[in-house]
Design a binder for this molecule. Structure first.
Ligand code: NAP
Length: 248
């Protein structure tokens, strides 16, 4: 019997890889989802007595996202004490002015950043017994709460994730579900490298992001991951459903 079951999207690099490593504990069943294999996580899980199962999936494809959600939750043990779903996988692309958006890239972002989190959360709610300690953490962004020119799609997807979280919290009020949408701060991940590689015409704030990096103001993924997992276990988790790790 697992003490805790943690389902985490986007575990192959960046914040997700750090969250997966930090979640590896004896008695935990860790289920990860991303296109590439999280090899470091698999090694780390073995060393720490954590059972790790990875699903290779492109979450920007709604059919794949739906199928993997059904697959994971159909086979999930029902007798764990704690169930955690962390919707972390996302893309910051397209980084472009609204006049230069490509339909396929917009759809990719909407499906990955919003629809996949909705499908996984819905399957989680349907499958996990309400008697268990059930928590859903959506990794949002300050960009969902503050507009940034060049990030219209990314900002809109994170704002959508925030509103989805607020709505599910209301729907599930009587069920005991705890859910929150958390801005994780600025973290030194491949996503930040991608942001720094943008041209100012597409993303006027690019120099600010380069300065955050060059002056050492990006958080280390492991530090943020430890803070987030601690936050997820707080007694008051979910009371502030729109939250920011920098408040803790
Ligand atoms: P990252 O370095 O780009 O990593 C993204 C993760 O998502 C990877 O594991 C990637 O795995 C997975 N992913 C991407 N596309 C996918 C797809 N189509 N299907 C399945 N998985 C996919 O990003 P990060 O910086 O760690 O960001 C993690 C979260 O924090 C995101 O929600 C992001 O919006 C949020 N955030 C980050 C920052 C920051 O400063 N880094 C700031 C605010 C919010 P594969 O490529 O192997 O599929």
């Amino acid at each position: 019997m697992s003490d805790a079951i943690v389902i985490l999207s986007g575990a192959s690099r960046g914040l997700g890889a750090a969250l997966a490593m930090a979640a590896c504990r004896p008695g935990t069943l860790l289920v990860t989802l991303s296109r590439s294999e999280p090899l470091l996580v698999a090694d780390h899980a073995r060393e720490h007595g954590c059972v790790h199962v990875h699903h290779a999936v492109d979450l920007s494809d709604p059919a794949q996202a739906q199928a993997v959600a059904q697959d994971i939750f159909a086979g999930l043990p029902r007798d764990a004490r704690r169930y955690r779903l962390i919707n972390n996988a996302a893309t910051v692309e397209p980084i472009a002015q609204a006049t230069a958006l490509d339909a396929a890239v917009v759809a990719h972002a909407l499906h990955l950043n919003v629809a996949a989190a909705m499908l996984l959360t819905g399957a989680f709610l349907a499958a996990v017994p309400a008697s268990a300690d059930r928590r859903v953490l959506n990794i949002s962004s300050g960009a969902g709460r503050r507009p940034m020119p060049g990030w219209s799609v990314y900002c809109a997807t994170k704002a959508a994730l925030d509103m989805y979280t607020r709505t599910v919290k209301l729907e599930q009020q009587a069920s005991g579900l705890r859910i929150a949408s958390l801005a994780p701060g600025v973290i030194d991940t491949p996503m930040q490298e991608r942001i720094r590689a943008t041209l100012p015409d597409a993303f006027p704030a690019v120099e600010d992001f380069k300065a955050l990096h060059s002056t050492g103001r990006l958080a280390a993924p492991a530090t943020t991951a430890a803070r987030i997992l601690h936050y997820l276990e707080r007694d008051d988790f979910g009371e502030n459903e729109i939250d920011d790790i920098r408040h803790y």
